[in-house]
Design a protein around this ligand. Structure first.
Ligand code: C5P
Length: 225
């Protein structure tokens, strides 16, 4: 791909898991590697766009040319997104944000208590970043969400588009072979707020990244015409 068709477009992309601290040596997280979001950032740069990448802990190297901000928890990610949101034209939320966090962050390591067979960890809701940004969505901005589903992809996707005020959602069926977390490949459904629905073959995440950007570009062009 040679053409710089994203020149002048500013993208805010989130990637990776979040870590929710329990105590100085423990946290809650998930299997997200950040691969999808990093591939999107790389594809944007290749096509001449500008990108701010807000990433949770990921073993991946920061893409050359991206302004990369590393965060740990969902709350930190929310703050970083809020700070950069006014700058962007397009918000792409591929991060796997923890929905809950431990209510208290212990200052010292929680000790094993030989008298207790069971202990409790109380969790509280994290902000839904995409939902919150959807409430204050700026004019002309495009919001793209992700979803991992195990059933009723289209229905659940459409619900999320409404609830989070999205332009389209990239949904994957995590029960399918070669899809989702920690794979190079994925099979995704594109569900648009206008009702369009399409599904990819099993393809590399880099190819999915380019397809997402093609869709964003089409939307921007149709808005301007
Ligand atoms: O509702 P669900 O978690 O399936 O929605 C997934 C989408 O919402 C993803 O784009 C994810 O980045 C975003 N999300 C978020 N903040 C949360 C949970 C999910 O921005 N606390």
């Amino acid at each position: 791909r040679e053409n710089k068709d994203l020149e002048g477009i500013k993208f805010l992309v989130t990637a990776g898991p979040t870590r929710e601290i329990i105590d100085p040596v423990r946290f809650l997280s998930n299997h997200s590697t950040g691969k999808m979001g990093y591939e999107i950032a790389k594809a944007i740069i290749k096509r001449g766009g500008e990108v701010k990448l807000i990433s949770g802990p990921s073993g991946l190297e920061a893409p050359e040319g991206a302004d990369t901000v590393l965060v740990e928890s969902a709350e930190e990610m929310f703050e970083a997104v809020q700070e950069s949101y006014p700058w962007c034209d397009v918000l792409i939320k591929s991060a796997a944000v923890s929905d809950y966090r431990p209510k208290t962050r212990e200052g010292q390591k929680v000790k094993k208590d030989s008298r207790k067979e069971e202990i409790q960890l109380t969790l509280v809701r994290n902000p839904d970043i995409l939902f919150e940004m959807g409430k204050i969505k700026g004019p002309g901005k495009i919001h793209v969400g992700f979803a991992a589903e195990t059933e009723k992809i289209k229905e659940h996707g459409e619900e999320k588009i409404q609830k989070k005020n999205l332009d389209f959602i990239v949904a994957n069926d995590v029960t399918e072979e070669g899809a989702g977390f920690a794979h190079h490949t994925n099979i995704v459904h594109f569900i648009d707020k206008n009702g369009d629905h399409s599904k990819t073959e099993k393809v590399e995440k880099s190819a999915i990244a380019h397809e997402i950007l093609d869709k964003v570009l089409l939307k921007k062009k149709s808005e301007n015409s």
